[in-house]
Design a protein around this ligand. Structure first.
Ligand code: AMP
Length: 402
């Protein structure tokens, strides 16, 4: 396919150079991650503000490539109001040989959850944010995607209190985990079964939601471990040493380590989350009280996944089900994701071709779908759902908590 170079222009943003379609104007940086810089921009064609993420040489190493490929394919596949949607994708390069960068154009949100953690939220806002996280997670699960790495920097919100999950977490084969970037991977929100290398099921993601809820209430990270070992210590010091039944399910070497830790009784949830930390009880919704919030926390922050609440149970919990809407909870499932591609070992050159082919396929066939999406009525909150006025102010999307 021949590409019209006149459609592209180059602009410097921070330390990065964006070569993007003319339709995208007024770029300003709003965040950065391991993959590169994210900018807000104005789309002249749809008269809409968008976010553009540049994936620089996504095939530079196998870890980057797998992540970029997975993210792109899944973004094309998934369609739910609580998962970030792809509006457009392109590369300015004209051939596989020249191929360097991918630009992903997404819906623009106002802030990531790190900024929301600094705010004092009432129960309405807190429970509405949690409800939307659970709806998004349930949708991912319906496509066979278990996230395992949900964290505040990868969840974005708008001032109308709508929420979207930005990424798709860990691939089933996570590789070596070795990555040559200056970014420190945040592990604070990873479940015990991930830290301890056990098998996992869908409710692995409930642990992360529990950690995020705890942080919204406390204003600080619940389990700020400096590494896997310290992370485990932080968990058992607060929640107590798990049962023998749990220990029995660990691999021998891990079990030896875990069993030889000092025994901790843990604290009650009344001690971990005293009344003073909570906003006043809602006068409108009987479920939106501190006792209910604490009850939900005590069912999510459970070390043993066999005793932890499921996503469906969490959605039915009185603190959450005030917002229950069947079309949001049980929306149509996306086509199941074929994990075999990212489970295979590919060389960097193979990844380059795979990613390039996906972008080409999108550029030729995805455009029609993308323009339909971008002209759709934006999905705002229901009339009676809460808003967050102070989100989206200047610099709100600067990422402080990676
Ligand atoms: P990522 O590279 O996807 O990890 O994103 C890095 C940061 O950029 C996030 O933590 C957000 O602060 C910001 N960001 C990414 N995508 C968007 C978006 N669609 N809308 C608003 N902010 C975003």
């Amino acid at each position: 396919m021949s590409k019209n170079p006149a459609l592209f222009y180059t602009v410097e943003v921070g330390d990065s150079t964006f070569t993007i379609l003319e339709r995208y104007q007024n770029l300003r940086p709003i965040g950065s991650g391991a993959q590169g810089i994210v900018c807000a921009a104005y789309d002249r064609e749809t008269d809409q503000n968008v976010a553009i993420k540049k994936l620089s040489r996504p095939f530079q190493n196998v870890t980057h490539a797998k992540r970029a490929y997975r993210e792109f394919v899944l973004m094309k596949l998934v369609n739910h109001k609580n998962i970030i949607g792809l509006l457009n994708a392109f590369t300015p390069q004209k051939s596989l040989e020249e191929f360097q960068d991918v630009y992903l154009v997404m819906e623009l949100m106002d802030a990531n959850l790190c900024q929301v953690i600094q705010m004092d939220l009432d129960h309405e806002r807190m429970s509405y944010l949690l409800y939307q996280m659970l709806c998004g997670i349930k949708h991912l699960h319906s496509a066979g995607i278990i996230h395992r790495d949900l964290k505040p920097s990868n969840i974005v919100v708008k001032s109308d209190c709508t929420l979207k999950i930005l990424d798709f977490g860990l691939a089933r084969t996570a590789g070596t985990g070795f990555m040559m970037t200056p970014y420190v991977v945040t592990r604070y929100y990873r479940a015990p079964e991930v830290i301890l290398g056990m098998g996992y099921k869908e409710n692995v993601d409930i642990w992360s939601v529990g950690c995020i809820m705890a942080e919204l209430i406390r204003g600080g990270v619940m389990f700020p471990g400096s590494d896997h070992i310290d992370q485990w210590n932080k968990i058992i010091e607060q929640l107590g040493t798990p049962s023998q039944d749990f220990m029995k399910r660990l691999q021998t070497t891990v079990r030896n380590y875990v069993e030889n830790r000092p025994k901790y009784p843990g604290y009650s949830f009344e001690k971990l989350f005293p009344d003073v930390l909570f906003p006043p009880d809602s006068t409108e919704h009987p479920g939106l009280r501190s006792t209910m919030a604490r009850d939900l926390l005590s069912k999510m922050l459970v070390v043993d996944p066999e005793k932890r609440i499921s996503v469906d149970e969490a959605l039915m919990h009185p603190y959450i089900n005030v917002w229950y809407d069947d079309s949001e909870v049980n929306g149509p499932s996306p086509a199941a994701y074929d994990h075999t591609v990212d489970e295979k070992e590919h060389t960097v050159e193979e990844w380059k071709r795979l990613i390039y082919e996906e972008v080409m396929e999108y550029e030729s066939r995805g455009k029609q779908k993308a323009s339909m999406q971008s002209h759709a009525v934006p999905d705002g909150a229901n009339n009676d759902t809460p808003a967050m006025d102070s989100v989206g102010s200047e610099n709100a999307t600067q990422n402080h908590c990676r």
